[in-house]
Design a protein. Structure first.
Length: 310
């Protein structure tokens, strides 16, 4: 008997699908990830080949823990998708799937019904149940990375809106004359504060001929580069404007920030807190905790598993 069979609580299979990988793991009822693996995602062929990547990752977890029968399966996928039906609609970075019944296919393959949602929604639920939002009634979560995703959890339930398309906070416009976002709108916070957007602003200031990434910006900032400092402080200011709007609209009990860029921008959390009253009608805005997420690179696995509890 190994540590998994000794667990007295139920175990959940969390599957996190991205454009280039599928990660899967076993998560217990306290949110601890007990086992995990990942395989490449084949997204540029047909639907069946794409699903074979999902099945390969899940099979690897179940083979390695053959004594375990998951109490539930949760799956995260890039959107847009319908969380009510488990159908993946037309995600740009998963061209293999168009109106693909992912939830039904997972249920058919493993004999266990599956819950499906997008990664930010699921991660927000994991943080609300097990992570930095635990004990709070209203949780606003954002992951800052290649894009900006957001999720809202109220009383332990993801806020999906009327059709399941709610909480696309990364595509809130903060400057109608700003740069065009990948979504087609202008001036979205994602067009200013995502990793590629930060790198592009640094490259523009430096008139760089070689490619610049957000990782290289972070490295430059750590050794005192003045351009990186200016752009990152500017990014913190833009995030303050955005979060001021979020607070005035939602007034959450806690704001949780995840993602690689989120970890970098946590160095400006004090600056953001101090600046919030300039961009927020709510004069008690500084009382709202602004904290880093508990789950980092495993947010997708934990989030997928958390869907089983919603």
């Amino acid at each position: 008997m190994n540590a998994l069979t000794a667990q007295p609580n139920p175990l959940y299979l969390g599957i996190d699908i991205g454009g280039t990988k599928v990660a899967a793991g076993l998560v217990d009822a306290s949110g601890e990830i007990l086992f995990k693996t990942r395989v490449p995602m084949i997204a540029n062929r047909d639907a069946a080949v794409g699903f074979s990547s999902v099945k390969q990752a899940a099979d690897a977890v179940l083979r390695a823990n053959s004594e375990v029968t998951p109490a539930g399966i949760g799956v995260t996928s890039p959107g847009p998708l319908d969380p009510l039906t488990g159908v993946v609609l037309n995600p740009p970075n998963l061209p293999c799937w168009r109106n693909f019944p992912l939830g039904d296919e997972v249920g058919r393959a493993f004999g266990i019904s599956a819950r499906v949602d997008n990664d930010a929604n699921a991660a927000s639920l994991a943080e609300a149940i097990w992570g930095a939002g635990r004990g709070h009634r209203c949780v606003f979560y954002t992951t800052l990375g290649t894009g900006i995703g957001t999720g809202i959890v109220i009383d332990g339930h993801i806020w999906h809106g009327r059709t399941g398309a709610a909480a696309e906070g990364g595509h809130m416009t903060i400057d109608r004359n700003g740069p065009q976002c990948g979504c087609g709108k202008h001036g979205c916070i994602e067009a200013f504060a995502s990793g590629p957007a930060i790198a592009a602003r640094v490259a523009q200031r430096m008139k760089a001929d070689t490619p610049i990434t957000c990782e290289t910006v972070a490295e430059a900032w750590r050794v005192g580069d003045p351009v990186a400092e200016v752009v990152l402080r500017e990014t913190a200011g833009l995030l303050t404007v955005w979060l001021g709007n979020i607070i005035d609209l939602l007034e959450p009990d806690v704001i949780i920030v995840g993602g690689g860029v989120g970890e970098l921008m946590s160095h400006w959390f004090d600056f953001i807190r101090a600046s919030l009253p300039k961009w927020c009608v709510n004069q008690r805005c500084r009382e709202i905790p602004l904290v880093l997420a508990k789950y980092k690179e495993d947010a997708g696995i934990a989030g997928a598993a958390a869907l089983c509890l919603s």
